[in-house]
Design a protein around this ligand. Structure first.
Ligand code: P6P
Length: 336
C-alpha cells in the first residue's frame, strides 16, 4: 500500500518551518495552529448556516453600529477563546470588540505576540450563501513580556507585522498566511479534518485582467479614480484592456481571487466616506502584508498601507491592492 506522504498539514508545515529556523521558539507556530483550530470550528458553523436556525440578525449592533449576525458573534468567541486559552497570545483586537482585550493572566503575559481579527468579514453575505472569511494580523509586542499587553502593542504600523493571513469559507475552506518567508495556502481536507498545503509559495501575477470596485459609488469617487476605472473599461493594447469587472462584495473572496489570478481591488474614499469603509488594522494591513509578500502592492492612494501610523483600532482607510503592474498604472493616474 502506498502512503501518500506528499500531503503536508498546517501543523507539519509550521513545525518544518521551526526546524529550518532553530532560533525560533515555536510560539508563532503554536499561534498559527491555534488560529487553524478556531477556523475549523467556525467552518463547521458556516457550513451549517443554511440548516441551523442561526441565520438572521442577532438583534444587537456591534461597535460599528452594524447589525450583528449570530455567526459574527460565534466566530469572534471562537478565535478569542482559543487564543485566550493558548500560550502564544497576550491579547486581541477585533472588529466585534469596542476595545482590545488584554488576557492578563500569568501564561498569556509571557506571550510575545498580540493578534487583531476581523472574525467574519463579509457577514452581510451569510444569508445568501456567498463566501465569507476571517482576517488576522499578528504583531510582536512592544511592551515588556511578563507584564500585561498594552494598547501600544496593537497600534503598530502594518510594516511591523510578524505574520498575517485569512481564512476563506467558500467552495472549499482555505487558510492562507504570510510571514517574512513568503505566502502559503492550505486547503481543509474534511477526510482528516486538517488544513493541507495546497498553494505553496503563492505569488501575485504582475499583471491581471480583473478589476474589483463598487460601481454604485462611482460618482462619489475622486475624479482620478473615475479616470482609472474608465481606463479599466477601454480597449487598450498596452495594458490589454478592457478588463473584466468582478465584485463579490466580500473582500476576502475578491482579494483572494485577484491574488491568485492577478487583478486590482479598490475601496476608495467617497464624498460620504472620505476614508472609505475598510478598517486599517484588521482588514487592510493584513492583506497588504500578504499581497506585498506575494509581489503585489497596496496603498491608500497616496502611501503604502503598511507605512500608515495608526491612532485607533477601528480607523478606516481608502484601499487599493493588487498586481504590481496594475497598481503602477493606477498610481500614474492618481499622481497625474
Ligand atoms: P460595499 C463586507 O461588508 C465588506 O466589509 C468587505 O468584505 C467588502 O469588500 C465590502 O464591505 C463591500 O462593501 O460598500 O461595496 O457593499
Amino acid at each position: 500500500m502506498v502512503i501518500n506522504r506528499k500531503i503536508q498539514t498546517l501543523d507539519e508545515f509550521t513545525i518544518q518551518q521551526l526546524r529550518n529556523f532553530p532560533k525560533a521558539t515555536g510560539e508563532l507556530s503554536n499561534l498559527l495552529r491555534d488560529i487553524g483550530l478556531a477556523a475549523k470550528r467556525v467552518n463547521v458553523e458556516v457550513n451549517k448556516a443554511g440548516l441551523v436556525d442561526i441565520l438572521g440578525d442577532y438583534g444587537s449592533t456591534n461597535v460599528q453600529g452594524e447589525e450583528v449576525k449570530k455567526l459574527d458573534v460565534f466566530a469572534n468567541d471562537q478565535f478569542m477563546g482559543v487564543l485566550r486559552h493558548g500560550i502564544s497570545c497576550a491579547g486581541i483586537g477585533s472588529e466585534e470588540l469596542e476595545d482590545v482585550v488584554i488576557f492578563d493572566d500569568e501564561i498569556s503575559n509571557q506571550s510575545k505576540y498580540v493578534c487583531l481579527f476581523d472574525p467574519l468579514d463579509g457577514s452581510s453575505n451569510i444569508d445568501v450563501n456567498v463566501s465569507i472569511g476571517t482576517i488576522f494580523s499578528i504583531y510582536r509586542r512592544v511592551s515588556e513580556v511578563g507584564k500585561p499587553a498594552t494598547k501600544e502593542d496593537f497600534l503598530q504600523p502594518g510594516n511591523k507585522q510578524v505574520a498575517a493571513g485569512y481564512v476563506i469559507y467558500g467552495s472549499s475552506t482555505m487558510l492562507v498566511y504570510a510571514t517574512k518567508r513568503g505566502v502559503n495556502g492550505f486547503t481543509l481536507d474534511p477526510s482528516i479534518g486538517e488544513f493541507t498545503l495546497s498553494n505553496p509559495d503563492m505569488k501575485c501575477p504582475d499583471l491581471g485582467k480583473i478589476y474589483s470596485v463598487n460601481h454604485g459609488n462611482f460618482f462619489q469617487y475622486d475624479k482620478r479614480v473615475q479616470d482609472y476605472i474608465d481606463v479599466c473599461q477601454r480597449k487598450n493594447k498596452t495594458n490589454g484592456g478592457p478588463y473584466t469587472q468582478r465584485y463579490i462584495g466580500s473582500m476576502v473572496s475578491d482579494v483572494h481571487r485577484n491574488l491568485v489570478k492577478g487583478g486590482i481591488f479598490m475601496y476608495p474614499g467617497t464624498t460620504d466616506k472620505p476614508n472609505g469603509k475598510l478598517r486599517l488594522m484588521y482588514e487592510c494591513n493584513p492583506f497588504a502584508f500578504i499581497v506585498e509578500k506575494a509581489g503585489g502592492v497596496a496603498t491608500d492612494g497616496k502611501q503604502r498601507i503598511l507605512d500608515i501610523q495608526p491612532n485607533a483600532i477601528h480607523q478606516r482607510t481608502p484601499f487599493f491592492i493588487g498586481s504590481k503592474g496594475m497598481m503602477d498604472e493606477l498610481e500614474s493616474i492618481l499622481k497625474s
